[in-house]
Design a protein around this ligand. Structure first.
Ligand code: ADP
Length: 232
């Protein structure tokens, strides 16, 4: 299967088995550069496993995964880390911020792989915090921030290095409705400015905002729906 010109992610016949459990059972999926995609499905359907495959956090049992033109099977673990660092930003339900560390340095530490000096990483981190509307909170530590603000710091960390692809696994799962809406609006905005965004959610309201919805059930993609261009 050839990688389409504009594809950032291509999964072909991806199967993932854990012991005797088949979490994914032959998934074909292409995500184009610039898309905003929601992956939905009931708990246990394989959404997180799919995220792990797309994000190259884990390798498939069978099938092919290409991200940003690289065939995952041909890369060592070290090369995969470099691929993730260069191309993919991650946001999870838990914010995963280091306690006692300022928002600025939480974001700057996400750029450690870049090998840049601390001063430059802090400059980039400052820009990322500005993008998420938290320039004035840069010196705050996580416990001094609301849940919504903490998740926005996590988003800043994910996008500070300018990834092509932002993967979010239930990013609003720990937030109240208003804070969740703020984070979703931020993901929309990042998408409009060119980042490909894939959001995994069991929340149909969240999914309804996305121009493309992929439904997963029992380890299979059972629907791939595109809304009209004006439905966002
Ligand atoms: P979802 O994200 O939709 O809730 P998951 O991808 O987490 O679904 O899980 C899909 C299936 O794979 C479930 O049956 C789950 O129990 C199983 N599974 C996921 N990760 C592991 C693992 N590390 N070890 C064993 N089973 C797993």
């Amino acid at each position: 299967m050839r990688l389409g010109e504009q594809a950032i992610v291509e999964l072909a016949g991806v199967t993932k088995e854990y012991a005797s459990v088949a979490a994914l059972r032959g998934v074909d999926l292409v995500i184009g550069t610039g898309e905003l995609v929601a992956i939905v499905g009931p708990s246990g359907s394989g959404k997180s496993t799919l995220l792990h495959m797309i994000g190259t956090l884990d390798r498939p049992t069978a099938g092919g995964v290409r991200v940003a033109g690289h065939d995952v099977a041909g890369l060592s673990d070290r090369e995969l880390s470099a691929l993730r660092a260069r191309h993919i930003g991650f946001v999870f339900q838990q914010f995963h911020l280091a306690p006692g560390v300022s928002a600025l340095d939480n974001v700057a530490d996400g750029l450690l792989y870049s090998g840049r000096a601390l001063k430059e990483r802090r400059r980039q981190a400052g820009e990322a915090l500005e993008r998420v509307g938290l320039a004035d909170r840069a010196g705050h530590r996580p416990h001094e921030l609301s849940g919504g603000e903490q998740q926005r710091v996590a988003v800043a960390r994910a996008v500070a290095g300018g990834p092509d692809l932002l993967l979010a696994d239930e990013p609003t799962g720990n937030l109240d409705t208003a804070a969740g809406a703020g984070v979703l609006a931020l993901l929309d905005e990042l998408n409009r400015s060119g980042t490909t965004v894939t959001v995994i959610t069991h929340d149909l309201d969240v999914a309804a905002r996305a121009p493309r919805r992929i439904r997963v059930r029992d380890g299979l993609v059972v629907a791939d729906e595109r809304a009209g261009a004006t439905s966002r």
